[in-house]
Design a protein around this ligand. Sequence first.
Ligand code: ZN
Length: 155
Amino acid sequence: MVLAPRDGSAAYTGAAVDAQELMRAGIPHLYTGVLEHLGVVGPLVVPGASACGSCATLARRDEDEAWPRLLAQLIDEGPGRARLPACDGAVAAAVAGLAALHVQLYLDGAPPPSVDGWCELSAADGMVRRLRLRSHPDCGCLWQSSAPGRAGTMA
Ligand SMILES: [Zn+2]
């Protein structure tokens, strides 16, 4: 399942309610989004085997204490917010193509770079960067899979 809300907030893994249901059901899911000039593909979450969207949010919070407030502003539907934030069309097309490729790689059994990471595409320079994501110790999404006697996480 690909999570790509029209407001682009999935670029920052903001829609946690849907993700919790997918995690409970064990359904792999991929976050994608475009906010203005920046496109994001990932993380592709394999429940119990890779870092999840909450891990990404917690990691960003660790890097920037203001992150939760910024994320709340990004997904706020208050009167001051534009109904459809700006979205670069070329970046959106690239994100859609890259997301489809990552899903195809996953379905073919080859872990794409969005597993335990995410890719950012910038309209400013056309570069695609891969950022690494580790499971966050406060998240707990991999606690069960790391218990003694259980298989470890994907390499
Ligand atoms: Zn997690």
